[in-house]
Design a protein around this ligand. Sequence first.
Ligand SMILES: [Zn+2]
Length: 232
Amino acid sequence: MKTILEIQKLDRQIKLLNREVEKCPASVDFKKYKQILQEGRTRFEQLESQANEIIKSYNNAANKYNKLKGNSEIIRKRNTKDIDLDSVNSLITDANSLVGELSEENRRVEDLVRKSEEIVRKSAELSNKLTEAKRRSGSIKAKIEEKKQEVAPKIAEIEKKIKELEPKVQDKEKYAKYKEMKQKGIFPVYVYIEDVFCGGCKVELSLNFIEKLKTKKMLTCEHCGRIIMLDK
Ligand SMILES: [Zn+2]
């Protein structure tokens, strides 16, 4: 068990070194830029669907325009020579409503044009931002790589030590368990009881559990799955 715990200690050092890379400013920046790119992509999709909506509305407006133009042709072609007063009134009413509908349609189209311009402007802004983010992410990546190169020899050295220790492990079963759990992301695997708490997840252990632990010396935490040991 002593050897396994030594290996665990070395593995912890490796984890700390890897975390150093993860937490370095460049890595934090990189995550930020990846987020910007992701958000930009989503925003572009939104703009695209808005633009499609506008095109649809524009086509509707154009159809309506054509229909109204047809109506005006009909009014124009009416025979106005022998027209009576009632017909003149209805002609004026028709003409007025046509003017009203046309100007309303005109407003709608103008509104669509404004919206389209807004989308074009926003797309351009977004495009600039994304280009900038992409450009900077390149140099950030290089910095992260530099940091990785910096810790790589240290990690290699620790890994070498682990390789040297592995043949000395007596309890192969416990070591296999260790490797399996580490693989699953549970780390550390073997922890000590701390007062009445699990040394891993800090959950309070039942008296019953502690009693059992006293006889078995080693038990799996029901909460986090780590293996709790009794004594240091
Ligand atoms: Zn636990």
